[in-house]
Ligand binder design. Structure first.
Ligand code: IPE
Ligand code: IPE
Ligand code: MG
Length: 263
């Protein structure tokens, strides 16, 4: 079967300051979610629908990732977690895994100047073992270069799993117990939260998942325990700025009670 290849460079996103201000929704500042997570799903199906190979779907997602970051900046989201590669994604074919590793590394390399210009502080959440060293090296360079940026923190969740993160936090706590820094029977929620990959990042307020799937797939298990969810039908390469703003609008109209009773 012959595959048609698309030139994705033509799908690039504009440089700052992005959109015409008149099209940016005027959300009340105190209502905008502080931390949004996005499960960027549906790249493979997008490619299949076009008779392309799965990796073409991942390539088509690149400009959409940056459009999503721009949309988050424009409406005042302070933390954006992007589910890029899960601890379960190693189950895919060696070719796809190799592509996703190389592509993640290259995107961070190619886009770090753009992110720096936008005021993005690049972060990473994930497990070191198994993750390609070249990916970790690019992430570390990008994190160092952008460490003083304050517009938005963008967390690339790569080799990330919510359960793995909690298990890693528990292992850290156990080491501290052994070292005598913690009394063994006094493990608290606060202590676990302080041992997550990025303990300074607040809980997630809104998780968006594209492609119509209604599951969390092990994303932000701890931080999204009380998040609102927006499951949207678009496949991720068809997602973008306006769809992101629609999700923010849905969130703003939710009634968050946290187990209490509405006044
Ligand atoms: C999401 O798209 C990207 C990653 C998991 C890396 P998929 O590759 O899961 O696309 P579908 O779900 O097979 O369509
Ligand atoms: C979740 O999507 C992981 C990422 C988006 C990185 P998957 O496509 O891997 O999840 P499942 O297999 O549908 O649960
Ligand atoms: Mg998927």
């Amino acid at each position: 079967m012959a595959f048609e290849h698309v030139d994705y460079k033509s799908l690039d996103v504009p440089a700052a300051p992005f959109s015409d201000p008149s099209i940016i929704p005027d959300f009340p500042k105190d209502k905008v979610p502080r931390h949004v997570g996005v499960i960027m799903d549906g790249n493979g199906r997008w490619a299949k629908q076009r008779g392309l190979i799965r990796t073409d779907g991942h390539q088509a997602a690149e400009p959409v990732v940056f459009d999503t970051i721009a949309a988050a900046i424009e409406c005042g989201v302070r933390y954006l977690s992007l589910y890029t590669f899960s601890t379960e994604n190693w189950k895919r074919s060696p070719q796809e895994v190799r592509f996703l590793m190389g592509f993640s590394r290259d995107i961070i390399h190619r886009r770090v100047a753009q992110m720096d210009e936008w005021g993005v502080r690049v972060r990473w959440a994930g497990r070191r073992p198994r993750l390609w060293k070249s990916v970790i090296d690019e992430l570390e360079m990008a994190m160092e270069r952008t460490k003083n940026n304050k517009v938005i923190d963008v967390v690339f969740c790569i080799n990330y799993g919510g359960r793995a993160e909690i298990a890693d936090a528990c292992a850290d706590i156990a080491r501290e117990v052994r070292a005598g820094k913690i009394k063994g029977d006094r493990v608290t929620e606060k202590m676990i939260a302080e041992h997550l990959y990025n303990p300074d990042i607040p809980d997630c307020d809104l998780v968006i998942r594209t492609s119509g799937e209604q599951r969390t797939s092990n994303f932000l298990a701890w931080q999204a325990a009380y998040a609102e969810y927006d499951f949207v039908p678009e496949l991720f390469p068809d997602y973008g700025r306006e769809a992101f703003w629609r999700s923010i609008d849905h969130y703003i109209h939710r009634d968050r009670r946290f187990g209490g009773v509405k006044k």
